[in-house]
Design a protein around this ligand. Structure first.
Ligand SMILES: Cc1ncc(COP(=O)(O)O)c(C=O)c1O
Length: 422
């Protein structure tokens, strides 16, 4: 019999195998200082493009004050216990009501963390006779939620309406036999590529097929739509979304999340989402902090305007310089370059050390082999100077990549064979 840990010693996994070269720098880097446009990395100031603080709320003085006052008032324990047992308060209810109004839904329910929350939402919405149809590029939390499902599930090609229809037809055949229903899941904004889910086209399919629509709008909430209600509002189909999900981890610059929809559905979920029923309630500091942030999102449209002015300047500037931003239709700004993983490492090192630019890097197996994705998240706290410096830096690193300089650096460090293999 094998030792359970044999596989751990043998194989660290697709990302873990890079730990020796990457940890502390490319993965698990320590960004220090106050969250904002300029932060510190390994003691040096960098322009930070990798935090999802879209509206620049993380260090807004009013937010910091509200968080500090709430913590002084309640500590970080209150309320103790799960919502159902001893962790329920008026302020939790107030926040739910305000969130529901903000996203134009009848009711909302708070979740401790988005990841566990959506996982249990999916788990609670479907039974073994039901079928889930979901985007092949869905976020890990959706995939894990689907993994809990005991019935059939089908993935459709990313954002592809023809493939969605095909899979809805497959699903229909099954539920005709089982007597179940269909849950279709999309993201409002796909966080890697930045493109919006085709919510309008998907909603239109409700004329032909009978399904319920769950949307994970982590990146759309606060950034899209006239009032910031998200991708559904932006595309004019918020009322067609049956269960709307968003996290506080991005525009709200906090921790926690919520779902919203019809009151009867929210009431059902509140009594059936296992990760919420059997876990501690969201702390009051986070609840009061979220109320403050939501208030600012309602009363300070200039935050979203500043965000979009920066998004447009950055994305237009990159496009004018001939960079490939793929299909983004949101604030998420992916820049696609061609190169190996070792080249990507040398390039990012140059960006950080010599240009003071910190952005996230995504490589195979998250994206196809041979592609490098540099992912920039513009926020309301970035300045025109930050954008200008970044555009110049990107032009400089592309020239070096194309002239093979990073390849030579990588070969010197890792050896020719290793560069060629990756
Ligand atoms: C699309 C998407 N869904 C869900 C989550 C999980 O939310 P949380 O960080 O609140 O657990 C994230 C990450 O924050 C996300 O990007």
């Amino acid at each position: 019999m094998k030792d359970l840990f044999d596989k751990i010693y043998r194989d660290k996994g697709p990302l873990g195998k890079w730990a020796d070269q990457a940890e502390g720098y490319f993965v698990f880097p320590k960004l220090e200082g106050e969250i904002g446009n300029r932060m510190k990395f390994q003691g040096k100031e960098v322009i930070s493009w990798s935090v999802n603080d879209y509206l620049g709320l993380a260090n807004h003085p009013e937010v910091r004050k509200a968080d500090a006052e709430a913590c002084a008032k309640y500590g970080s324990a209150y309320p103790m216990g799960a919502r159902m047992m001893s962790g329920h308060t008026d302020l939790h209810e107030q926040l739910q009501n305000e969130l529901a109004a903000f996203v134009n839904k009848e009711a909302a329910y708070l979740l401790n963390f988005g990841y566990q929350g959506i996982l249990s939402t999916i788990d609670a919405l479907v039974g073994k006779d039901d079928v889930i149809v979901y985007d092949v590029d869905a976020h890990a939390c959706i995939i894990d939620g689907v993994r809990l499902h005991l019935g059939k599930r089908f993935t459709y090609k990313h954002n592809d309406i023809e493939s969605i229809e095909l899979n809805l037809q497959r699903a229909e055949k099954i539920v005709e036999q089982t007597g179940g229903g269909i849950l279709l899941i999309s993201e409002g904004v796909f966080g890697m590529r930045g493109e919006q889910g085709k919510l309008k086209e998907i909603a239109a399919l409700k004329e032909k097929y009978n399904f319920r629509f769950l949307v994970d709008d982590a990146h759309g909430f606060g950034t899209l739509g006239a009032t910031g209600a998200g991708a559904g509002e932006e595309q004019g189909v918020q009322d067609q979304i049956d269960v709307y999900f968003a996290t506080f981890a991005k525009s709200m610059a906090s921790t926690g999340a919520f779902i919203a929809g019809d009151k009867e559905v929210m009431d059902y979920l509140k009594y059936n989402m296992r990760s919420q029923m059997f876990a501690k309630s969201l702390q009051m500091t986070l609840v009061e902090g979220a109320l403050k942030r939501l208030d600012m999102m309602r009363k300070m449209p200039e935050l979203k305007e500043k965000l979009w002015s920066n998004v447009n300047d950055l994305q237009n500037g990159l496009r004018e310089r001939g960079f490939d931003l793929g299909t983004t239709s949101s604030c998420v700004t992916p820049v696609y370059l061609k190169g190996s993983i070792p080249e990507a490492m040398a390039l990012v090192k140059d960006l950080r050390e010599n240009h003071g630019i910190f952005c996230s890097i995504v490589v195979y197996p998250v994206i196809p082999k041979g592609l490098i994705l540099l992912r920039l998240i513009p926020t309301a706290s970035h300045t025109k100077e930050d954008i200008e410096l970044t555009l110049e830096a990107f032009s400089a690193i592309r020239s070096k990549l194309e002239s093979g300089i990073y390849k030579k650096i990588a070969e010197r460090i890792m050896g020719k064979a290793s560069v060629e293999a990756n």
